[in-house]
Write a protein that binds this ligand. Structure first.
Ligand code: GAL
Length: 663
């Protein structure tokens, strides 16, 4: 697939007489694809059963005449007013029991069968009309799934789902230990929704119920997605792909489950927290690439500024270009901007766009045009390529939910903990695949995991990885829970005792940091504070203690904090029993990666530039500071088409290199 430069286009916001001028400017910027149709339901079905698709066909035709392909968004994130008025049961209900009002979006109840029927009908109209159309290259289902509905309908659906899942109330009662606080259920209809915090009631619900609720929500979105995918596949030519635009690390449902139905995953990247920062902003690329273990589309990103952060700063000159190449470097096959032109009214008047309401380019247009030129000229370098990572960082929605329900330390954010492992790797430009805890691990040199929930399949996969010589790092809170979110009877890490060569005697949420010091034969730098969480590790025979706790609360004093167990295969398992402060975590992860033989693509001094290898190309991106370094070989720099021996980039500068064959 060639690299695409795209934009979200809403022709229905503007008189048709303006479309050609818009498309001409898109073409001049090198835009090769527009996404359209999403949120346009009231323009496509203005009255129940009355379909008006001709305008969409005219927009597609005009785009094609300008050499621009189309991605159709199904409009189901924004039901029309006639629908929500006539069938109010399709509206989502919030945790306080109030139904959504019309006039926003994503306000439908994903469990509503009636809503699903209406969605299937409009999608079928679109698929029948455009499924064979060669000008339409693919489909995006809905937009950024996110809403949870606590309706009566959802409650009944949840109860049915539980019945199917557990088979009997005895099984459910046992799995959730419902004798606790007199929760035993004698009828499926008694099972409540987890409305923690609603109506002023602040007692949390049963952890088993809460985890199953999240799995149910996942399944509800899977059904919703499946209903549309099925209709499209019935009418579409095989080349039309289907995707959905996820929201990075959003954890409302299990993205691995939904991704099974897609041809590839997409995501929408915005920068509400400030300028592009590799440590923070690359992780979601690696996560999205991991959903299907293949390249993804950046379906939306920010043209300069957004309108929903505290301070909606415009990106610096060059930063938009650098952010796009960062996405490409991490496996994006398309970069699409949201949006082309602001609607005159509507909630997003202040948002960045490529052209202004007067129809002329805004400053960022010029930068995006530069991107279009680059994609056209050198995009083929990246055709059919992806990132090759030697490190896998394992991630699980169930683990995140289970820990979030019971953080035990207010600052134990499971995502922050994952990022604490990601940052040292990305700082060294070590490519990382962020993968499901259930992914196949063959081929990696280093796997980092802290599976809070373990079952036989997870344990076996990690055991096999190490038995084949792999290096494994296990973090805190590993092997605590079952898939019912019940405690394992064994001490953590339960099913992983033999693999880890330790068990956890006690765990400690920390008010004060605890110091860690190296054992005599361990590297002397293995010292520093750990905060938030520490575990007293008991090493089993044959496990080496690398570091111990210095005196703190008495219990932890002199106990093992970091251990390693060498396995006969040559593999090793490190257990990091505490949440190490960043300087120590950084050094330790860097050292372990070296032990595991993981290499960066180029020997660049730390913090100089972000470098990723994709196929034969080395993509080098400077951050907010200039980047200067020597190359180990003569290279062709493709953006400037020059042969170079060193790199000297200005802030947000980008270089795309291949090794130049000696003459
Ligand atoms: C996204 C959404 C777009 C647009 C954008 C603005 O979350 O999918 O439709 O609203 O935000 O930044």
């Amino acid at each position: 697939m060639p690299l695409h430069l795209g934009v979200a286009w809403y022709p229905e916001h503007w008189p048709e007489s303006r479309w050609a001028q818009d498309l001409q400017l898109m073409r001049e910027a090198g835009i090769s694809v527009v996404r359209l149709g999403e949120f346009a339901w009231s323009s496509l079905e203005p009255e129940e059963g009355v379909f008006t698709l001709d305008w969409l066909e005219r927009a597609i035709t005009l785009a094609a005449q300008h050499g621009i392909a189309c991605v159709l968004g199904t409009p189901t994130a924004a039901p029309p007013a006639w629908l929500t008025q006539r069938y109010p049961e399709v509206l989502a209900v919030n945790a306080d029991g109030r139904p959504a009002t019309h006039g926003t979006r994503c306000h439908y109840d994903v469990t509503s069968e009636r809503y699903i029927q209406f969605c299937r009908r409009i999608v079928e109209q679109l698929a029948r009309r455009f499924g064979q159309d060669h000008r339409v290259i693919g489909w995006q289902i809905d937009n950024e799934f996110n809403t949870v509905s606590y309706s009566e309908n959802a409650r009944r659906a949840f109860q049915r789902w539980l019945r199917q899942h557990y088979g009997s109330l005895e099984a459910l009662n046992e799995a959730w230990t419902t004798a606790y606080w007199s929760q035993q259920y004698t009828d499926w209809s008694q099972i409540p929704l987890p409305l923690t915090g609603a109506h002023g009631f602040n007692q949390p619900h049963n952890p088993g119920l809460r985890l199953k609720w999240r799995q149910f929500i996942t399944d509800a979105y899977r059904r919703f997605l499946h209903a549309q995918v099925e209709v499209i596949r019935a009418h579409a030519r095989a080349e039309q792909w289907i995707t959905h635009n996820f929201m990075g690390f959003f954890d409302g449902f299990d993205h691995y489950v939904l991704s099974e139905l897609l041809d590839f995953a997409s995501w929408d990247q915005y920068f509400p927290e400030g300028p592009l920062c590799f440590e923070r902003d690359c992780a979601a690329h690696d996560l999205t690439r991991g959903f299907k273990r293949r390249n993804f589309w950046l379906m939306e990103t920010q043209p300069g500024s957004i309108n929903w952060s505290d301070i909606n700063q415009v990106q610096s000159k060059g930063e938009t270009f650098a952010a796009a190449w960062t996405a490409i470097a991490h496996g994006a096959d398309a970069v699409c901007y949201w949006q082309w032109r602001n609607a005159l009214n509507g909630q997003e008047q202040y948002h960045g766009s490529l052209i202004a309401p007067d129809g002329t380019p805004r400053p960022v247009y010029v930068e995006i045009k530069r991107l279009g030129e680059a994609f056209e000229r050198i995009g083929s370098l990246l055709d059919g390529t992806t990132v090759h990572a030697e490190v896998a960082l394992l991630h699980s929605y169930e683990d995140r939910w289970a820990i979030d329900f019971q953080r035990h330390h207010v600052r134990f954010d499971p995502l922050a903990y994952l990022r604490a492992f990601y940052a040292p790797l990305i700082r060294r430009n070590l490519a990382v695949d962020i993968l499901s805890t259930r992914a196949a691990l063959r081929g990696y040199k280093l796997v980092i995991a802290s599976p809070h929930i373990v079952d036989d399949a997870i344990a076996q996969s990690l055991q096999e990885f190490v038995a084949e010589g792999g290096h494994l790092v296990l973090g805190v809170r590993t092997g605590v829970k079952t898939r019912d979110n019940a405690l394992w009877q064994q001490r953590p890490p339960a099913l992983l005792h033999d693999l880890a060569g330790v068990h956890v005697e006690e765990y400690f949420a920390l008010r004060e940091p605890v110091q860690i010091a190296p054992e005599k034969d361990a590297p002397p730098w293995l010292q520093g504070p750990a905060s938030i969480w520490a575990e007293w590790l008991v090493p089993h025979p044959g496990t080496k203690v690398m570091a111990r706790y210095e005196p703190s609360n008495g219990w932890l004093d002199a106990q093992a904090a970091i251990t390693v167990k060498q396995h006969p295969s040559g593999g090793a398992v490190w257990v990091l029993g505490a949440w190490l402060d960043d300087p120590l975590q950084d050094k330790l992860l860097g050292w372990i990666a070296e032990q595991a033989g993981v290499q960066p693509p180029l020997p660049v001094p730390l913090a100089t530039a972000h470098v990723v290898r994709r196929g034969k190309a080395y993509i080098v991106i400077a951050g907010a500071a200039p980047a200067t370094f020597e190359l180990p070989w003569l290279a062709r720099e493709h953006l400037s088409n020059r042969v170079v021996r060193s790199i000297a980039l200005p802030p947000w500068g980008v270089a795309v290199l291949t090794q130049e064959e000696p003459a």
